[in-house]
Design a protein around this ligand. Sequence first.
Ligand SMILES: NC(=O)CCC(=O)C(=O)O
Length: 273
Amino acid sequence: MRVAVIQLAYTDSEPMAERIHRVASLVESQEGADLVVLPELWSAGGFDYPAWPDKAQDVEGPVAQALSEAAANLGAYVHAGSIIEKSGEPGAEGRGLWNTSMVFDPDGELVGTYRKIHRFGFGNGEPKLLEAGEDVVVLDFDEPSSGDESGSNSVKVGLATCYDLRFPELFRKQVDEGAEIFVIPAAWPAARIAAWRTLLQARAIENQVFVIACNTAGTHAKTEMGGNSAVISPSGEVLAEAGRGERVLTLDIDVDEVRAARESFPVLSDRRL
Ligand SMILES: NC(=O)CCC(=O)C(=O)O
């Protein structure tokens, strides 16, 4: 499976409509990719809290339309990062806004959404403005190459977002639902990038999965983003890693490595539940 991780840089001065157009073109240019991944809240601005209500949209809004079209034109799965989702339903806390990831299939169909469960901000930002997601999401992707020995040719992909990375129990639940890859879009600041790198490796090692993590670059809302998007193997090897600036990481991963790692070192079967 060829993966393209688009570590996007943006500033406060780029209008949202221009950014959507730029990002959709970048996605479409990833020829040969089977899965393209974008960062968290790239359209609304990960730390631009005051802008969120105005930039909120539903899962059929401008970001969804542009990325659905880009996925269909490219013929690849696209994890569109996340949007501030405004839904007709008020939600448990009456706010009606969520930090919601969207995934499109190679026909441009929306095949999954994930509402971020753990809200970042310590009383400000997400906990003040957004609802918390409630559902663990693991999607089935068609594997582009031939299937494994069992004849199966689908891959199970678990979705999480940024701050979720600090909560290992979410990822264990995804593994219990069969996850072989975790896809994690983020807007993780430079100030805590050492923790980001360590946690990505930890989640890969303890769950024996591929971790595909797409962070934000650049500085917006007075916050320098940390970059260092990465793809980590089921044994914790860093297969590709970006630096601080805008960059696309492209590489092939073999999902059979997950099955092989779990067979040769069956740590998950030693769990005591
Ligand atoms: N957008 C986020 O969830 C930021 C998380 C973060 O900065 C941290 O966990 O540290």
